[in-house]
Design a protein around this ligand. Structure first.
Ligand code: HEC
Length: 163
């Protein structure tokens, strides 16, 4: 009985997934939506200030917004202390940076950086949003601290699979 049920799940997963890859579904739409809000409103600070309004990070290129000069003195110090570079939280470069690691590793990275001040739910929601904004499709089950699949498998687009 268990085996039969599993087979049904596998079949339905592969028919709904995009053509390119099976695509693990590791977060829910509600979680990503909570994360979208939490990116701007959380007890650490607006992630967009340093990681840019598009969350695609800074290389020091002209036109990256908000401008470093518009940030608080503390934030400017932190960004300048990192050579003006801030890694992306979404997009192809983020996917590529994380392509050899697992979702669990990303969750652990967030634990290390943001616990405290961010609650585990907020941390997971922000990660869910990052995955969504980078092109990973949502599913029925939320991201949890024990979700452990390769980052590449959550993307059905070609960003991850071609790296
Ligand atoms: C004051 C500027 C600043 C703010 C605000 C900020 N970050 Fe960062 N963040 C950085 C810098 C600089 C780095 C690169 C240096 C490092 O690894 O600490 C970084 C690195 C990271 C990394 C590691 C990325 C990787 O691929 O290695 C993650 C994840 C991250 N930040 C998430 C966030 C989130 C989520 C928020 C909002 C809750 C946030 N950051 C707010 C400046 C900031």
């Amino acid at each position: 009985m268990r085996v039969a049920m599993l087979a049904v799940i596998v079949v339905s997963a592969s028919t709904t997934a995009a053509r390119t890859t099976p695509g693990a579904r590791v977060y829910t739409l509600a979680q990503a939506e909570a994360g979208r809000v939490a990116i701007a409103q959380n007890s650490f600070g607006d992630c967009r200030a340093c990681h840019t309004s598009t969350l695609t990070g800074r290389t020091g290129a002209a036109g990256e917004l908000p401008s470093i000069a518009s940030l608080s003195e503390d934030y400017q110090k932190l960004v300048n202390g990192n050579g003006g570079r801030v890694p992306p939280l979404v997009g192809a470069e983020f996917v590529s940076r994380w392509s050899r690691r697992s979702t669990k590793r990303l969750v652990e990275e967030f634990d290390k950086r943001f616990s405290p001040p961010l609650s585990v739910d907020t941390r997971l929601a922000i990660i869910a949003y990052m995955l969504q904004a980078s092109g990973a499709p949502a599913g029925a089950d939320p991201l949890t601290p024990t979700t452990d699949v390769p980052i590449t498998s959550v993307f059905t687009g070609d960003e991850a699979t071609h790296k």
